[in-house]
Design a binder for this molecule. Structure first.
Ligand code: PLP
Length: 394
């Protein structure tokens, strides 16, 4: 037996562990000081009442022989896929039901999708980046190249035709940078992918934060994307399902090459390795897109959006450069006074008792930047902002 030696190539997952360690050490040394955490990417508001009701109804169904459900369809129940189909239709994207696959969250499928692609593909990921794209490909031994996201391009790198890539990751609105591509910019990526015979793996986990019509909510709003893209989305951020676990993946039937169909391969892969998402959870997820569910989640989303605005306004007032804050729950700011990411982390912790996430943990280009999130409570966000202002005001 030999273990997969590619695991040697994966960096220690130390970012959030180190953040927690430094915060804990500070707390121990200063038990009287209250730390505010604006570093987490997890949501804090509970599930909305309409979802809770549907979860109860689902549990009730499981209690009676007539409505009990055993193994469900690999691709998810039709009632949920129909509500996802209608959600897309509302912003002009027509999907066939059998192009929609229900998942237990975007993270799993972002990793699992690699089963249908050859090991020999070259992978293009932006730097900085959500670490899952890099680590899943390193585990499989694929070659990874990076697209530079930086202050000059507003953390939105555009295609470079001198670079050849086969699998391209795009996350928009982006974690960690909060930057989001316009439809016109995304069209350039779709054109590049079509030209290079590449596939775009589009992570739309934060699409629900988009308010500006010029920005893309889905890669399938772009002409030609059905021939070169797969989209991953999630109920985690839109409806607080980070612990409940449900998402969906759209694999268009038009994505074909050399006699292979991505859609057929993905269904085959799921039928082999996946037995579906719990019926009860799918009932809850379908309620997110019901009329009442949408009203209720809109309330939660505007709560987080308002937090993002509070942080963004603070940065505006201090003259600090940032991306995100609008159309995103993340604020990605340039550390003031030329500080490095971890230096700024310690500075904020020691002087304002505010914890964020050092940008350097997301890739080389993240050095000198810092991520704050809007997923905390409004009271904590306001308090954190007041403290930041008081220590940074010139
Ligand atoms: N994609 C991005 C960019 C994320 O930031 C996250 C979670 O923070 C996920 C995917 C994971 O989503 P899920 O909870 O659906 O697995």
């Amino acid at each position: 037996m030999q273990f997969n030696s590619n695991f040697n190539d994966i960096a220690e997952n130390y970012l959030f562990a180190e953040v927690a360690k430094r915060a804990a050490e500070y707390s121990k040394a200063h038990p009287d000081k209250k730390i505010i955490k604006l570093g987490i990417g997890d949501v804090t508001l509970p599930l909305v009442p309409e979802v809770i009701k549907a979860l109860h109804d689902g549990a009730e169904d499981m209690s009676k022989a007539e409505t009990f459900k055993g193994y469900g369809p690999y691709e998810g129940y039709e009632f949920l896929r129909e509500s996802i189909q209608n959600y897309y239709k509302a912003y002009g994207v027509e999907l066939a039901l059998d192009e929609i696959f229900v998942s237990d969250g975007a993270k799993s499928d972002l990793g699992n999708i690699l089963d249908i692609f050859s090991k020999d593909n070259t992978v293009l990921v932006p730097d900085p980046v959500y670490p899952v794209y890099v680590d899943t490909n390193l585990m499989a031994g694929r070659k990874i190249i990076f697209a530079n996201a930086n202050g000059e391009n507003g953390f939105l790198p555009m295609p470079d035709y001198t670079v050849n890539a086969d699998i391209i990751y795009i996350c928009s609105p982006n974690n960690p940078t909060g930057a989001a591509y316009t439809k016109a910019q995304l069209k350039e990526w779709v054109d590049y992918a079509l030209k290079k015979n590449a596939v775009i793996l589009f992570d739309a986990a934060y699409e629900c934060f988009i308010e500006d019509d010029k920005l893309a909510r889905s890669v399938f709003q772009i002409e030609g994307a059905e021939k070169c893209a797969i989209e991953f989305c999630s109920f985690s951020k839109i409806a607080g399902f980070t612990g409940t676990r449900c998402g969906y993946t759209v694999v268009p039937k038009a994505l074909e090459k050399d006699g292979f169909s991505a859609n057929k391969m993905w269904l085959r892969r799921q039928a082999t390795k996946f037995n579906g998402v719990p019926y009860i959870v799918q009932k809850g997820a379908a309620a997110v897109f019901s009329e009442q569910g949408r009203k209720e989640i809109a309330h939660n989303l505007s709560y987080y959006k308002n937090n993002a605005k509070i942080i963004a306004q603070c940065m505006d007032g201090l003259g600090i450069w940032y991306t995100g804050g609008k159309n995103s729950p993340y604020i990605w700011l340039k550390c003031p006074d030329g500080m490095k990411s971890w230096q700024f982390f310690d500075f904020l912790l020691n002087n304002a008792q505010v914890v964020g996430t050092p940008g350097a943990g997301f890739g080389n280009n993240g050095e000198g930047y810092f991520r704050l999130t809007a997923f905390g409570s409004e009271a904590n966000t306001r308090e954190a902002v007041a403290r930041i202002k008081s220590i940074l005001k010139k």
